[in-house]
Design a protein around this ligand. Structure first.
Ligand code: UDP
Length: 463
């Protein structure tokens, strides 16, 4: 029947239904949304991607999807500020009902000759999109691109205020939050934000978007965050909460969603390096930044460690400069054992046999990608959920440690040695290899994430 995705011969059967997806236009949100879209497409669903002019996607890279542009209403100065929170606020304001999203959705829903739309996947940060869909009678589902722990922290936000953890006091940063182990006050989402009232609103809206949706789909897996998923299920009594990750391992196409051009020459270069997991990969994701003095410290710390490395230095990595200049003499000091590029095909890099460790900012995607390849981490979190992810890496899973305090070359050198050479690094690597096995089991036939995908497809087809 048209409702059957596959009869075991591996061939895709069209299900006669369509799913719309609207990612928040940032790299760490786009990647998992398109990976999910890819998984659903491979199971026979047609996909329409709504995207904004800000960080627009390139439809030519995704011929299997249909694309629809939505006016984002982000003022030029806000877009230029690069502030995620300001952009989220501006988008929600511009998309107030009735507005441009409802019009875009209505035009998609009215298209003749296309399979009927079952639902719209939204990012929890775009409550306005959820409302526009509701106004048109289109059900929504939320994809969370951060951890279950992170969403459970959103749900706990009122409690955290009531119980005196927030706003954080300088003297209490290392106080354990006993309701949310192993977190401490400093690890809480946006504990460093200066505007707590605004944060409270943003998080309450995200919770509302999830509660108004048919399912909450999280890019994590059961064995990684069992207690956190339980907590969410208890809090959202009766809601469908599905752990479908790591999505990049389920999706068949690993490339195509990068906003920056991937420098693939690094893979050829990695091929020339020894295969014994000796190389450190260094990247701070798409948004984290540093000042020029810190860049110098990182450069010399890496050089002085004597370890081979591949380092991603985005053009906008250094704040207030439009090119990230490396110090004089650095190239010569690390010649033959290092490569610096502007953007990497990261998942491929992490899976390369010569790579043995990851110095990361602990964005959730990077954290999951590292775990999936069994790599231990040096953690240097900056904002949002990064501190929380670091805490889990260190205290819950034991697959890495934080490089805390001021960035100084001698501390960096020490951390690199600790990860790549010392006993502490060996233990972290062993634990990471064990976690990798758990990733593999959740993706096997009958594994928790595959079952969750089956359930999700059943849910979509029932709409
Ligand atoms: N990424 C990449 N090349 C790079 C650095 C990062 O492809 O050189 C990808 C990485 O694989 C991940 C995403 O960009 O999927 C970054 O997401 P994450 O949640 O780790 O951090 P964010 O950029 O949102 O802070």
């Amino acid at each position: 029947s048209a409702q059957e995705a596959s009869n075991g011969d591996g061939r895709r059967r069209p299900l006669g239904r369509r799913v719309l997806v609207f990612p928040l236009p940032f790299q760490g949100h786009i990647n998992p949304m398109l990976q999910l879209a890819d998984v659903l497409h491979s199971r026979g669903l047609a996909i329409t991607v709504l995207h904004t002019r800000f960080n627009a996607l390139d439809p030519a890279l995704h011929p299997q999807f249909t694309f629809v542009a939505v006016p984002d209403g982000i003022p030029a100065d806000v877009a230029a500020s690069g502030s995620v929170i300001s952009i989220i606020l501006a988008m929600n304001a511009a998309m107030e009902e009735p507005g441009p999203v409802r019009d875009a959705l209505a035009s998609v829903l009215g298209e003749k000759g296309k399979p009927t739309a079952a639902c719209l996947f939204i990012d929890a940060n775009l409550l306005a999109v959820q409302k526009a869909a509701t106004a048109l009678g289109l059900p929504t589902m939320v994809l969370r691109s951060a951890s279950a722990a992170c969403f459970s922290c959103f749900l706990a936000y009122p409690m955290l205020h009531q119980n005196g953890y927030l706003p954080p006091k300088e003297s209490q940063l290392y106080t354990p939050v006993k309701e949310l182990p192993p977190l401490r006050v400093r690890d809480l989402f946006f504990s460093s934000s200066s505007n707590h009232e605004m944060m409270r609103k943003v998080l309450a809206r995200a919770t509302e978007a999830a509660m108004n949706s048919k399912a909450l789909v999280i890019n994590t897996f059961d064995a990684l965050e069992p207690a956190e998923l339980d907590r969410i299920r208890r809090e959202l009594d009766g809601a469908v909460v599905l752990a479908v990750g790591p999505l990049h391992k389920l999706s068949t196409r690993s490339t195509g969603s990068s906003l920056l051009r991937e420098d693939r020459s690094c893979i050829e270069w990695l091929d020339t390096q020894p295969t014994g997991s000796v190389l450190l990969y260094v990247s701070f994701g798409s948004l984290a930044s540093m000042d020029a003095a810190e860049l110098l410290e990182v450069a010399w710390g890496l050089a002085n460690s004597g370890q081979p490395f591949l380092w991603v230095v985005r053009r906008d990595l250094v704040r207030g400069s439009d090119g990230s200049e490396l110090p004089e003499g650095f190239g010569l000091a690390v010649e033959g054992r290092s490569k610096v590029i502007q953007w990497a095909p990261q998942q491929e890099v992490l899976a390369h046999p010569s790579v043995g460790g990851f110095w990361t900012h602990n964005g959730w995607n990077s954290t999951l990608e590292s775990i999936s390849e069994g790599l231990p981490m040096i953690c240097r979190p900056q904002f949002a959920d990064q501190m929380m992810n670091t805490r889990y890496v260190e205290a819950a899973w034991g697959v890495g440690f934080e490089l805390e305090g001021e960035l100084k070359r001698n501390k960096i050198e020490e951390a690199v040695r600790k990860l790549m050479k010392d006993a502490k690094g060996v233990v972290a690597r062993e634990r990471a290899q064990e976690l990798k096995k758990k990733v593999e089991s959740c993706l096997e036939s009958g594994g928790s994430s595959l079952l969750a995908i089956d359930k999700l497809i059943g849910q979509i087809l029932s709409l």
